[in-house]
Design a protein around this ligand. Sequence first.
Ligand SMILES: [Zn+2]
Length: 339
Amino acid sequence: MSGQGGERGSGERSAWRSDSDVPSGRGVRAGAGAGTRAQVRAARRKRATRQALLAAGATVLVAAVVTVGALSAGGVIRFGAAPAGTPVSATGVATTTIPAPSFTEAPATDAGQSPPASEPPASEPASPPPPPAFDKAAKSIDDPTSPWVVVDKLRPLAGAAGYVPPDLVELAPDIPNPNGHLLRADAAASLEQMFAAARAEIGVQLVAQSGYRSYDSQVYAYNYYVNLLGVDGADLTSARPGYSEHQTGMAMDILGQDSSCTLDDGPCFSTAASGQWLAANAWRFGWILRYPDGATPITGYEFEPWHYRWVGVELATEMHATGVTTLEEFFGLPPAPGY
Ligand SMILES: [Zn+2]
């Protein structure tokens, strides 16, 4: 009997001897007094069988976990409850519950590729936005009281026959004003500043020759020139009643005490130091040279280096900055060479 057992036992013994590193605590103790050799061998077989089964099962599960992990890492599947990378030990197989995988569309960012950087905002301005463009409609060019009103041979002053500016004032006593002409208050104040600047900057006293002209005075002046020069000649020199900027109370004919120029000698004043200073600096005070040299086809008037028009610092500055010299061109109005 022992022979049979010995033969079978010897074969098993040779096959499993190498399993000496099986943890003793998990199987039947092989110590003395544990029982007969047959009992020991049986116990070893049971233990070995269990170990083999455990090892095989663990291998399958580990492989499964590795596979699932790889799929998850590749963005194919994602686990809903537990992260795919949760380690599962061999000894925990029996009780570890792998949560049911939920198959979802994996976002592209899980694909292991560099996440698509959110598009950078379109090139942001390196500097603050430019100031808004000049608003050419901010003030009326039709209202006789507007500092931007445009009066020319196609644009008579509205209601001219009965129009008198609302705020005419006398000029300051230190302003040479041989004819005692008036201006509107804002124009008068800026004129006084401009005259003071001319004294300070070039040492020349400017002279206020002709400012506000009433409708009736225009009738008188125009008729005077018609009698002297004829209609064509008068129209080149004096505005017809109702068509003169002087009635707005915002125009002034200016000369300087540094020259003997008059209002009848053409470009004389443009050669005087005072005339040149005015042409270069009047815009600073809100005044423009209304009938510049070479603009007769647009303005309808010969070059008048003495005739200045107050439009306010804002508009005068814009015209100076843009190099536009006539109100007709600045406001896109048709040329007004004649009536
Ligand atoms: Zn004038």
